[in-house]
Design a protein around this ligand. Structure first.
Ligand code: BES
Ligand code: MN
Ligand code: ZN
Length: 500
């Protein structure tokens, strides 16, 4: 997708599709007014007929208006507020993206100045438009015989207010595209079935990403290497599977440091990569078990984020770790009551083999200690309780550092990929007491998201850490079943602020 800045008169603009914002109650922007007059009041008539009323997120594609050079005019409703909130702006941009992509228009033009935002500028708008265009252009077809057709749209031009920097618009657009691609990468990995997207497949994706990239190196630890490191917890999860677990370590060195100067401490991402979660010997019920192929969406979001980080060439150091394994029952599988020793030395009584996410994450977190990270964020589809609490709109967040939690909360609002904090209070810790080990892997039926985070907190004492439970936000069920690519845009917002 190419971008350009254009400021010519909308009536005379040669384009396949001119996008015109129309407020509810027939309020025309300057552009809309010009188009209306040139076309002999066509817009006014459309509104009179009631086919389109300008309410937020609605749109109407008009073909060939008399007196207007553009082949099509896309009316998009921007509601009745003087200024749009970021969420409203997203709704509008998603609607624009869907209309443009489903048309045959090869290029389009949008006047940024015709949209007033509360709390963001037109650079944000340009970036978000690019992100939504990329995001909306994804559809899953890898394991279907008929492949999705690429959309016709090749370029988009923007009219911007005086004083707008062409370079900054280009960067904004490129960043939006990179974010969208990162999201789509996460969606694709999430959507792939468990028989294709195995731990080894995830490792290969990371290796491929590093190819030809001097800033990114990937190493993959085999089960043998993990056993040597004492990762008895992680290995207990893959014990029942014929698929080998993989610890995927991606080291991104983007920080610009003077020769001989020390590199800054890296920020760290850790993803849960259970490529299929049957529950193991504590077998899950059959209904909707297919959706447990999405149990690697934390890992997918970490890989998707790294893909975007590489594309944006962010000037910081980041280490991303993916703990990939398949949770299966078999004669070799871990049994309830088994006690394993984690890499940290803590022994764990596995009371429920379905609480496997924390078992792979704890060893990955301990492994991460060697990098002395400045901050650690783990991302995991960890508990059904997070779905019960939050549904799909926000991800649960728990942290051992209030400043980090506040930062992530802020990043969630800015990226429209929101999180909500739950308490990690000491009072919950005793629920993990075990008669036979240092700690049990479940904390009973209540406060499941919190006790899962309490478990992880035993392994994160050496750094500032936040845990994102994305069990509700990572994928949609029902007719629109599919991965969402969350929380890639949240993670990118966080990392970009660290790089600024
Ligand atoms: N992957 C699941 C969590 C999950 C369940 C995510 C449903 C999305 C939808 C996780 O491994 C799991 O099974 N958690 C158990 C923990 C319990 C045994 C303490 C759960 O939440 O039921
Ligand atoms: Mn499970
Ligand atoms: Zn799981």
């Amino acid at each position: 997708m190419k971008t350009a800045l254009k400021t010519s008169n909308p009536v005379r603009l040669v384009t396949d599709c001119l996008v015109i914002a129309v407020a509810a109650k027939n309020k025309f922007s300057a552009e809309a007014k010009e188009i209306d007059i040139a076309s002999g009041k066509r817009l006014a008539r459309v509104l009179e007929n009631g086919d389109f009323d300008g309410s937020l997120g609605t749109s109407l594609m008009l073909q060939g208006l008399e007196g207007v050079k553009a082949k099509r005019v896309l009316l998009v409703g921007c509601g009745d507020k003087a200024k749009l909130s970021l969420k409203e702006a997203r709704k509008l941009l998603v609607s624009i993206a869907k209309s443009l992509l489903s048309s045959q228009a090869k290029d389009a033009h949008l006047a940024l100045a015709s949209l007033a935002l509360a709390g963001a500028d037109h650079y944000w708008l340009a970036e978000r438009l690019a992100q939504e265009l990329e995001d909306a252009s994804y559809s899953y077809s890898t394991t279907k015989s008929t492949k999705a057709k690429a959309s016709a749209l090749k370029s988009i031009s923007l009219a911007a207010p005086k004083g707008t920097s062409k370079a900054k618009i280009d960067t904004a657009f490129a960043n939006g595209v990179a974010t969208g691609r990162g999201i789509n990468c996460a969606k694709e990995l999430g959507n792939l079935p468990g028989n294709i997207c195995t731990p080894t497949y995830l490792a290969q994706q990371a290796i491929d990403l590093a190819k030809g990239n001097r800033t990114l190196t990937v190493k993959v630890l085999s089960e043998k290497q993990m056993a040597r490191l004492g990762m008895g917890s992680l290995l207990s999860v893959s014990a029942g599977s014929s698929q080998e677990a993989q610890l995927i370590v991606m080291e991104y060195k983007g920080a610009k440091v003077k020769p001989k100067a020390d590199r800054p401490a890296p920020h760290m991402l850790v993803g849960k990569g259970i490529t299929f979660d049957t529950g193991g010997i504590s077998l899950k019920a059959g209904a909707a078990m297919d959706e447990m192929k999405f149990d690697m969406c934390g890992a997918a979001s970490v890989i998707g984020t790294m893909a975007a980080v590489v594309e944006m060439a962010l000037p910081i150091d980041i280490v991303a770790i993916v703990a990939a394994a398949e949770n299966m029952p078999s004669g070799k599988a871990t049994k309830p009551g088994d006690v394993v020793t984690s890499m940290s030395g803590l022994t764990i009584e596995i009371l429920n083999t379905d609480a496997e996410g924390r078992l792979v994450l704890c060893d990955a977190l301990t492994y991460g200690e060697r990098y002395k990270p400045a901050s650690v964020i783990d991302v995991a589809t960890l508990t059904g309780a997070a779905v019960a609490t939050f549904g799909s709109h926000v991800s649960a967040m728990l942290s051992n550092d209030d400043a980090l939690a506040a930062e992530l909360s802020d990043c969630g609002s800015a990226s429209l990929d929101q999180v909500w904090q739950l308490p990690l209070h000491d009072e919950y810790q005793h629920l993990l007491d075990s008669n036979f080990a240092d700690i049990a892997n479940i904390g009973g039926p209540r406060a499941g998201t919190i006790t899962a985070a309490c478990f992880l907190s035993r392994f994160t004492k050496k750094f500032k850490w936040a845990h994102l439970d994305i069990a509700g936000s990572a994928w949609n069920s029902g007719a629109a079943k599919g991965a969402t690519g969350r929380p890639v845009s949240l993670l990118l917002e966080y990392l970009r602020r660290k790089a600024a």
